[in-house]
Write a new protein. Structure first.
Length: 461
C-alpha cells in the first residue's frame, strides 16, 4: 500500500492536527478506520459524546415533564420543581450512559445484566404494588425511607420529593452523593469507551450506518430492525431456554397466541417496559381525577400515548411476522386471521396490568376505575397492529417534495397511534363509564376490521 494512503486517516484522527480538531467520523468511515493502526480514542469519543448529549436531552425533557405533572397536581411551583427534577435526571442520564458503555465493553457485565433482568422485573413489580398500597393509605414508612438511600435512583428522587413537600429532610446529602457518583462516572467514561473491543465497535458502527440509511430512506422499520439486530445477544437467556422446552397446544387457533406469549417470556424486558409504562399511565390517570377542565383531556392524551408505547412493547412478534411473511407460512390459516390472532395475548397482558394498577384505586373511586383498562387495552393493541402491518411508504410520497414528504411520512407511520390517542381522549377524558367503554370497543373493532382488510389485500398481491 502506498505511504500516501495513510496520510488522510493519520492526519484526521490524531489529536493536535488541524484536520482532526472537533471533527467526528461518519458511520461509513468508522467501520474501516477501526481496523487501521490509529488511536481509537479520537475516533469513538465524539460519538460517545453525541450519545451522551442525546441521553441528557431526553432526561431533561422527562424531568421537565415530571415537573409539569407535579405542578398540575398542585404540589408546588414550576421553577423549584423543574430544578429538582431536571438536575437529578441529567445526573442519572450520565450514569446510565456510562453504565451502558461498561456493558458493551465487558461480556461478563452483559451476562450479569441479562441474568439479573428477571429479578429486576420482580422488584419493579413489587415497587408498583407498594405504590398501589400507598395510594390506598397502606404505607410502609420504613421501607420508603430505605428505598430513598439504596442507590442513585433513590438519591435522585429526594430533591423532587422535598420540592413537592414530601418527607426528605436529608435531600442535600442525597444530591451530593448523586453528584459524586455522576462525577466518578464522567471521569471513567474516557477509559471505558477507549477500551471497548474493536469487533464490538465495528458491529455497532455497521448498525449505526444501517440505521442512518433507513432513516434517510424514511424507512423506520428497517432502522428499527437494524438496531435490534445489533443489540441482540448471540446466546439465548435462561427464560428463552426454558420456553423452548414447553410443548405447544394442539388447537391450531391457539398457536399464534402461544408463540406471542413465549416470545414475551423469552425476552422479559418487553413486558417489564410495558409494566413501567402502565404504572406511569396509572399515575397520570390518578392525576387526571384530581384536576378539572382541559387539563383532564391533556393528561388523558398523555396517558393514551404512553399506553400505545406499552402496547408496542408487546407486539414485537406481530411486527416480525409483518416484516417477513414466511415466518407464518407454517400456519394453514389465512394471513388476515393470523394478524387478528396477534391481538389476543397483548390484550390479555394489558388487561391484567391495567387491572393490577387500578385495584388500589377501587377503594377511593369505586369499581368504575377498572373500566379504564377494559376500555383502552383493545384500542391500544389495535393501533399497534395497524402500525405493525402498515405498507411501505409509497414512492409518490418520497417524490412529493422536501416540504411535504416528512409530514406525509409522519402521518403514514403514526396514523394508528394518533387515532387511538384521539379516540381514547375523547371518550375517557370526562371519566370512565359504560358508554365510553362501548365506544372504545367499537373503535377497536373498526381498527381491527381495517387491519383485516389491509392484510387480506396485501396477501392477494
Amino acid at each position: 500500500m502506498p505511504r500516501s494512503s495513510w496520510a488522510w486517516p493519520r492526519s484526521s484522527w490524531q489529536p493536535g492536527t488541524p484536520c482532526g480538531a472537533g471533527r467526528s467520523p461518519r458511520p461509513a468511515d468508522t467501520d474501516w478506520l477501526l481496523a487501521l493502526p490509529i488511536r481509537r480514542g479520537p475516533l469513538v469519543l465524539p460519538w460517545f459524546a453525541l450519545s451522551l448529549g442525546a441521553a441528557l436531552l431526553a432526561a431533561l425533557m422527562a424531568g421537565f415533564l415530571g415537573a409539569l405533572l407535579l405542578t398540575a397536581a398542585g404540589l408546588g411551583e414550576l421553577g423549584p420543581l423543574a430544578a429538582a427534577c431536571c438536575v437529578p435526571a441529567g445526573c442519572l442520564a450520565v450514569i446510565a450512559t456510562v453504565g451502558a458503555a461498561v456493558v458493551v465493553r465487558s461480556g461478563r457485565a452483559a451476562r450479569r445484566v441479562r441474568r439479573a433482568t428477571p429479578l429486576v422485573l420482580i422488584l419493579l413489580t413489587a415497587l408498583a404494588a407498594q405504590g398501589g398500597l400507598a395510594a390506598t393509605g397502606r404505607r410502609l414508612p420504613w421501607l420508603e425511607s430505605a428505598e430513598l438511600w439504596l442507590g442513585p435512583w433513590g438519591w435522585a428522587a429526594q430533591p423532587a420529593l422535598a420540592a413537592a413537600g414530601g418527607p426528605a429532610p436529608y435531600w442535600p446529602l442525597a444530591l451530593a452523593l448523586l453528584a459524586v457518583a455522576t462525577l466518578a462516572a464522567a471521569l471513567s467514561a474516557v477509559r471505558v469507551v477507549t477500551t471497548i473491543p474493536a469487533a464490538e465497535l465495528r458491529a455497532r458502527s455497521r448498525a449505526s450506518g444501517g440505521v442512518a440509511t433507513g432513516l434517510m430512506m424514511m424507512n423506520a422499520r428497517a432502522a428499527r430492525l437494524t438496531a435490534a439486530g445489533a443489540a441482540r445477544s448471540g446466546e439465548p437467556g435462561i427464560t428463552a431456554r426454558w420456553c423452548a422446552r414447553l410443548r405447544p397446544p394442539r388447537t391450531p387457533a391457539l398457536l399464534i397466541p402461544w408463540r406471542d406469549a413465549l416470545a414475551l417470556l423469552a425476552e422479559p424486558k418487553r413486558p417489564g417496559l410495558a409494566l413501567l409504562l402502565t404504572v406511569t399511565t396509572g399515575g397520570i390517570a390518578a392525576l387526571g381525577t384530581a384536576v378539572r377542565g382541559g387539563a383532564t383531556y391533556g393528561l388523558t392524551a398523555l396517558g393514551a400515548a404512553l399506553g400505545c408505547m406499552a402496547a408496542a412493547q408487546l407486539l414485537e412478534p406481530a411486527r416480525l411476522d409483518a416484516d417477513d411473511r414466511h415466518r407464518a407460512s407454517w400456519s394453514p390459516r389465512p394471513p388476515e386471521r393470523n394478524a387478528l390472532a396477534h391481538a389476543i395475548t397483548p390484550t390479555l397482558v394489558l388487561l391484567f396490568l391495567g387491572t393490577l394498577i387500578s385495584l388500589p384505586a377501587v377503594a377511593g373511586h369505586g369499581p368504575r376505575v377498572l373500566l379504564y383498562g377494559a376500555a383502552t387495552a383493545p384500542v391500544l393493541v389495535a393501533s399497534g397492529l395497524l402500525s405493525a402491518y402498515r405498507a411501505p411508504v409509497p414512492l409518490w410520497v418520497l417524490a412529493s417534495g422536501a416540504e411535504v414528504a416528512p409530514l406525509v411520512v409522519a402521518v403514514w407511520y403514526g396514523a394508528g397511534p394518533v387515532l387511538a390517542v384521539l379516540g381514547v381522549t375523547g371518550m375517557l377524558g370526562g371519566g370512565p363509564g359504560w358508554g365510553s367503554l362501548a365506544g372504545c370497543w367499537v373503535l377497536a373493532a373498526l381498527m381491527l376490521g381495517l387491519l383485516w382488510l389491509r392484510v387480506r389485500r396485501s396477501a392477494r398481491r
